[in-house]
Design a protein around this ligand. Structure first.
Ligand code: FAD
Length: 335
């Protein structure tokens, strides 16, 4: 296919909120070699560059005046070494989980049905039901938009943390992930720590397939499908606070859910619970609303603009700050 840069492209199909904004320039990257040309084009016109997967963690509040690189390179390759698989950035994450299950490669079943691409998975170190991407991550290949060079990055280079990595900060945002190499298990390695998961599996035998099915069933019940109603999953991260802050909050709110982190002095508290106490479920601002069943999920109820969603999010986080002294951080990238 001949490489082409399009002008004035409507981004509605490229973001799961379904907000309507335009990109001044847009390139569908099916072959990573085209990134060199795209980089030269952006430099010649002094354009900013935005890397985009399926836009399921991105909210546009304005037209994008630069060049959008839509990562759409496909392919998977087994590498020498048991369970080592290299996957191109444009592959669908959920299709990868399914492929692994069908080919007896285990470990990522708990991450089923997370929307988006493989290339975006390391950006926020995707996680769900007690499993995070970094547990299986070996290395990635990236194109550096600053230097035009290819870089290979291991786990330490990526600085993975809770919904975070080097790719969320500058200069990491100049790196375009081209492929990701994972080390999958050859024997089932089940993670059943999440209470809802064991309840869902109930009487069945716990196998990678039953875990996959249970995760899909819970997610389909709990989370709105972006194809039906625009959303980006959890809008806020669970805040990390000091253990002493938790103890003082629990004097007034003994039932506040919290989880340990790798740092003994820090705990993660439930953003959904905090928002729920403030009665946010179902509330609307303009075309944007909080999901009726899930206080963390903002939805595009009626032709919302990105601005509607952000104003609602700001009101929500102010109410939490005022009542609990906790500043919520967004998980979604606002452009
Ligand atoms: C219904 C729903 C449920 C969700 N549930 C979860 C969940 O359980 N756990 C979870 O962690 N997330 C969840 N998410 C968020 C989202 O699915 C993930 O963040 C996913 O990894 C985003 O992939 P994407 O391709 O859509 O990324 P995009 O939204 O396109 O991009 C996200 C960020 O990654 C960057 N990026 C994308 N591709 C590349 C690349 N190739 N190289 C460099 N940077 C890149 C973008 O610049 C942007 O900063 C959910 C979202 C929805 C809509």
């Amino acid at each position: 296919m001949i490489f082409e840069i399009q002008e004035q492209v409507d981004l509605t199909p490229y973001n799961s909120f379904g907000v309507s904004q335009m990109a001044a320039y847009f390139a569908d990257i099916q072959d990573p070699a085209d990134l060199r040309q795209a980089r030269e084009f952006a430099a010649s016109k002094r354009l900013s560059v935005l890397v985009l997967g399926q836009g399921s963690n991105t909210l546009f509040i304005n037209d994008y005046p630069g060049l959008v690189l839509y990562m759409n390179n496909q392919g998977k390759q087994m590498l020498p070494g048991a369970g080592m698989l290299r996957i191109c950035a444009g592959e669908s994450w959920h299709e990868l989980v399914l492929f692994c299950l069908q080919n007896s490669l285990y470990g990522i079943e708990n991450l089923a049905l997370i929307p988006g691409t493989v290339g975006a998975a390391p950006v926020q170190n995707i996680g769900a039901y007690g499993v995070e991407l970094d547990q299986f991550f070996v290395e990635l290949e990236a194109f550096d938009l600053k230097t035009g060079e290819i870089r290979y990055m291991n786990k330490a280079d990526c600085q993975f943390a809770y919904r975070d990595s080097i790719f969320k900060q500058n200069p990491g945002q100049k790196l375009v992930v081209l492929s990701v190499t994972l080390q999958l298990a050859l024997e089932p390695a089940l993670e059943l720590g999440y209470a809802g998961l064991t309840d869902e599996i109930a009487e069945q035998e716990a196998t990678p397939q039953s875990v996959f099915d249970a995760v899909c069933a819970i997610r389909s019940r709990k989370l709105p499908d972006p194809k039906q109603i625009g959303n980006a999953g959890s809008f806020f991260k669970n805040p990390v606070v000091s253990r002493s802050k938790l103890l003082s909050l629990r004097k007034s709110y003994p039932e506040l859910p919290a989880w340990d982190t790798a740092d003994a002095d820090l705990v993660k508290v439930s953003a959904a619970w905090l928002l729920d106490q403030k009665g946010w479920k179902g509330r609307r601002r303009g075309g944007a609303a909080v999901h009726e069943d899930h206080a963390l999920v903002l939805v595009n109820r009626d032709n919302a603009s990105g601005e509607d969603v952000v104003l609602l999010a700001q009101e929500m986080s102010s109410s939490v700050l005022q009542s609990f002294g906790i500043a919520l951080q967004t998980e979604v990238r606002i452009i």
